[in-house]
Design a protein around this ligand. Structure first.
Ligand SMILES: Cc1cc2nc3c(=O)[nH]c(=O)nc-3n(C[C@H](O)[C@H](O)[C@H](O)COP(=O)(O)OP(=O)(O)OC[C@H]3O[C@@H](n4cnc5c(N)ncnc54)[C@H](O)[C@@H]3O)c2cc1C
Length: 425
């Protein structure tokens, strides 16, 4: 007698976690003919700034124009860094495949040939990254040329100040002006939410009203920079129309969370992947994974689902994503209790200097794997067959400090899917 519930979902691969790693892995999997179920809350990428770092900083304080040379140095110095397990050709192919997909889904990204690019951040620092949404590209050019530029912010918007950007960059970019604009229709609001403005700017009428308010301040600026909220579903149209109305190129600057480019990425992945018959997604959390001759996965929520899967890719992130949790006993992996590589005692988690350029050992804690991204377990235990781990949960990468967040997510997802494909042949 079949003991399984009749509505059990059967799939070749279950990906747990729908951040950048989970989304990238789902894309690579369905492109290779693997039926895939992606499980995770569909708001995971609201935090991501939308720019894609590959490798920007290593060792502490050394910034790299060439991410591939930076990776060569990381390979020498940090053998446990997850990107060391993926060769450069695979990293390049992973980026190519993912950016190609986004372009096909009308969310194109721009990058320089084999070079990192510089972007302005919301606090007026300059950061090395690998690829930016097309809507940010003119900012890379304006910064490079130090062209006369007006940065605009919106009255009531938190954590983004055009004045701060201009004053932080004043010594390097003297021709940077700033102006705060009251967004049309928001006069009575105390706080302005980026995602509401972005939806409003999907409508042409609101772009016209906004441009009319900005025009008197543009003067001889060659470019106008905005917080990244120029349209949720029609950002390219919004940018094109605002450029016509303001008669000069414009660009978006990444914002702190909630990040509109992060939401655009999330929605683009879900709608683009949804066109593939091999793809299914459940917007919920996994509560239990049972390992037998495969995996039985149970989800939470009001209508729990059961999934039978040949392989599992764990992409549940770190503390923010809740893939890892910290207690007095140490750092634990939350779902399958996998061993976590971590400092021996809590006292060693942080250096005495909070702002130490070397970073803190706790930020390198995570799951240690072999070269196929199978988690390592202490002998005499045997690794679980067909279980792989990818992304921010992996040990060895202080992604925030090294500016390698998306690179680790995308490249390790690619390598893990390649291993799953090979194992299933
Ligand atoms: C504020 C912020 C800014 C960033 N800016 C940049 C940037 O400028 N450039 C860059 O390249 N990268 C940036 N990143 C990093 C980049 O987004 C991360 O490296 C990348 O998101 C790692 O992705 P991940 O999918 O491995 O983990 P996460 O993004 O943490 O995603 C893990 C997901 O797994 C889900 N999950 C956890 N447990 C379960 C469960 N039991 N069941 C189902 N789902 C579960 C979580 O809900 C979460 O959605 C930023 C990240 C943050 C937080």
């Amino acid at each position: 007698m079949n003991s399984q519930a009749p509505d059990t979902i059967h799939t070749e691969l279950t990906i747990i976690g729908s951040g950048m790693t989970g989304m990238a892995a789902a894309l690579f999997a369905v492109n290779r003919g693997i039926s895939t179920t992606l499980i995770g809350q569909h708001s995971a990428m609201n935090f991501a700034s939308g720019v894609m770092d590959l490798m920007g900083v290593h060792p502490a304080g050394q910034e790299w124009d060439d991410p591939w040379k930076a990776l060569d140095r990381v390979r020498k110095d940090l053998p446990n860094h997850p990107l060391v397990k993926v060769d450069n050709l695979d990293i390049e192919n992973a980026m190519e495949e993912l950016l190609g997909f986004l372009k096909d889904q009308a969310l194109p990204y721009h990058r320089a040939a084999r070079k990192n690019i510089n972007v302005i951040t919301s606090v007026g620092t300059i950061k090395k990254t690998y690829a930016v949404p097309e809507t940010m590209w003119n900012g890379v050019v304006a910064l490079e040329k130090k062209s006369p530029t007006l940065i605009v912010d919106l009255d009531g918007m938190k954590l983004f100040s055009a004045r701060q950007i201009a004053s932080s960059l004043a010594d390097r970019w003297p021709d940077l002006g700033h102006e705060t604009i009251v967004f049309p229709g928001s006069e009575a609001l105390e706080e302005l939410h980026p995602e509401h403005v972005a939806r409003a700017l999907d409508l042409s009428a609101n772009r016209v009203k906004l441009a009319n308010r900005i025009k008197p301040f543009v003067k001889d600026a060659a470019y106008v920079g905005f917080p990244a909220l120029l349209g949720m579903y029609s950002s390219r149209e919004a940018v094109t129309e605002l450029e016509q109305l303001l008669e000069r190129p414009i660009f978006e600057i990444p914002t702190p969370p909630v990040s509109v480019p992060g939401i655009r990425l999330q929605e683009t992945f879900i709608s683009g992947l949804g066109k593939n018959k091999l793809f299914r997604t459940l917007s919920t959390m996994v509560t239990h994974v049972k390992t037998d001759s495969g995996f039985t996965i149970t989800t939470g929520g009001n209508t729990p689902e059961t999934i039978r899967s040949k392989a599992v890719l764990l992409a549940t992130g770190r503390f923010l994503g809740k893939g890892l949790t910290a207690s007095r006993q140490g750092i634990q992996e939350t779902l399958m209790d996998l061993p976590v590589e971590q400092p021996e005692t809590r006292e060693e988690w942080h250096r005495n200097d909070l702002f130490s350029p070397q970073g803190h050992p706790v930020n390198r804690a995570g799951i240690k794997t072999d070269d196929h991204f199978t988690p390592l377990v202490p002998a005499p235990e045997k690794p679980v067959k067909n279980l792989h781990v990818a992304g921010a949960i992996l040990a060895g990468s202080d992604w925030m400090r090294m500016k390698c967040g998306s690179g680790v997510a995308i490249a390790t997802a690619f390598a893990a899917i390649k291993a799953i494909e090979k194992a299933n042949k």
